[in-house]
Structure formats: structure tokens, C-alpha cells
Design a protein around this ligand. Sequence first.
Ligand code: ADP
Ligand code: MG
Length: 252
Amino acid sequence: MSASQPHTLGDVVVTMAGVGKWYGDFKVLKDVNLDVRRGERIVICGPSGSGKSTLIRCLNRLEEHNEGRIVVDGIELRHGMRDIDKVRREVGMVFQSFNLFPHLTVLENCILAPMKVRGTARAEAERTARLYLERVHIPEQAGKYPGQLSGGQQQRVAIARSLCMNPRIMLFDEPTSALDPEMVKEVLDVMVELAESGMTMLCVTHEMGFARKVADRVIFMDRGEIVEAETPDVFFDRPASERTRAFLGQIL
Ligand code: ADP
Ligand code: MG
């Protein structure tokens, strides 16, 4: 049985319909169809090179798709679009490598975008930043520089920094893959708390304990396709596809 708490999902906030993408003549995404509802938690797994990063990067337009439609929070992502900043404000992203600014303190990392992009006053931005540093359990690190923190702490800062923009959707791309094993749990715990707070989340991760605990749906990608998209119960206990079974056999 899944430990995931039943919770109510809202309207569709992300639509991918017939999405295709090429890198040169290599087709990296093939006919991807996915609707994500508000409050939904999606875990995406699959072999290296299957297109997981590309899929989520298309959602905040770090990559452009070539075919089909993507709509994020009511805004259709299209070539030459003007309101890309609006989409990026609503969609937070946490990467495998924490991508913190090394020359800025933790607090300064957290207030930079709210002040520059949202135009928030410094005092207010700092108040919000301290709140989120509290939420990721490192309020005492506010004055330190990233290089003075452990990898797990840096990743929690990266999560807090994203949350400071008050995003409606959070994307995670293998957020624990670069961490030493003993630091994985402290980051996953923060992600579980975020999921339980109702955040809409798409997480690329191979942490299957996390998937069982919080995912509403687990998606398996292989060679640019969504092969399976199921509740954790079905996904882990009776996956339909042979490819999914083979993958699970390797990682579980
Ligand atoms: P995953 O995250 O599942 O490992 P990616 O989305 O990163 O997969 O990559 C899927 C495929 O696309 C891989 O074969 C990768 O080498 C290729 N690829 C990724 N980014 C680029 C790029 N910018 N240019 C060309 N090929 C790329
Ligand atoms: Mg990747």
C-alpha cells in the first residue's frame, strides 16, 4: 500500500499535449501527454538519457519544445512568447547541483530574486527568506556562505530560495543525486513536508521511498516516451509494461 495521504486535487495547472522535441536530428521527447492538477505530486523516473530533465526543463522554458502544446498555469508556452518571466516566477526549480551564488550569503541568495524580479522591498524579502529557512530547518545558517555549508544544507537553501519567489509549481531535477548518502534524508524530509503543504510538484528522482510516500502518480520514461503513469501502488506492485518491470528490477 502507498503511504501517500489522500488529498484533494485542483484544476489542471500543467498540460503537455503531443509534445515533441529534437536536439538536432535526435528526437528526445516523443508524443508526451501529461496533465498535472493543482496539488498533485508527480515523480518521474527512468534510465539516464530518457528525457526526464528535458521534459521538466520544457515546463519553465529552459528548453523549447518543437511539437505539440504546453500550457503552464494558463499560459501557453510558444516560440517568441513575451510572458516567459511570468511563467518562470510561477515555476520554481531545484537542480542536482545546487546552483547557489557562492559570493552571496544564504540570506542574500534567498532575497535576490524576490527583490530583483518581484520588486519586493528588502525588509519584506528578508522576512520571507527567514521564514523559508526556518521551514527547511536551517535558520541559523542565514549569514553563512554556500561554501561553508554541507551539500544537504546547500540543497535546502536552494529549495528555500525557490520558495521565496512564492511559486505555484515546483520542479526538482534529481535533487539528491549529488549528495552524500547521509544527507539525502534531510533533503527528502523537506520535500515531503513541502508535498504535505499542498505544493504542486514534479520531481525527477530515483528515490522510490519518496515516490511511495508522497507521489500521486509515478511516471516512467524510456527513450523519450512516457511508458507508464500510475499511482505508486500500481506502479510498484503491478506495472503494466515490461520496460518498467525491468527498470524497477535494476533499482529496487
Ligand atoms: P535524462 O534527464 O533522462 O538523463 P536528458 O533529458 O538530460 O535525459 O537527455 C536526454 C537525451 O538528450 C540524452 O541522450 C542527452 O544526451 C540528450 N541531450 C540532452 N541535452 C542535450 C543538448 N542540449 N543537446 C543535445 N543533446 C542533448
Ligand atoms: Mg537528467
